[in-house]
Design a protein around this ligand. Sequence first.
Ligand code: MN3
Length: 200
Amino acid sequence: MAHTLPALGYAFDALEPHIDALTMQIHHDRHHQAYVDNLNKALAGTEGEGKSLEELMANISKYPAAVRNNGGGHWNHTLFWEILGPSGSQPSGALADAINAAFGSLDALKEKMNTAGTTRFGSGWAWLIVKDGKLDVCSTPNQDNPLMDIAEVKGTPILGIDVWEHAYYLKYQNKRPDYLGAIWNVINWDAVAAKFEAAK
Ligand code: MN3
């Protein structure tokens, strides 16, 4: 079955002023749609056509670059829309405990993620992952992710921050650190907690 673009769970302007409506619209409707379309094109008529995204990620070294780039792009953005939201919530319960155990505090986690995102040269992603039952932070280039068999650091992502310029350039221009500072206002920690429970 062909891969499809998931609907956003909120309006394009729901993350204002931290992420602007036009960026959200272009990012979801054009960039993510293009990853989905190009993934379907790359898989058409191949044995990968019937595989789930997760199966593709786990064996990505066996597939052409178009599947790696567009399959990663599809998986990464699907997670990204889910872990964003207008609520401005805070982590609680088991997730808050795990964050404190791994990093000392939520602020220390944010700093580690922001460093991972700022120091990723060019385009890529910063990740909070579950690895061997514990939380860790890493980053990947391009549209790679920690589910891929080629990833330097492997684990299950529960929060990902897109640091491609298309994620922030309209509002923040070249100031990636400003975007990374603002995005913490629109993290849906309930969604992150659900992913944490599923990954443990
Ligand atoms: Mn993107």
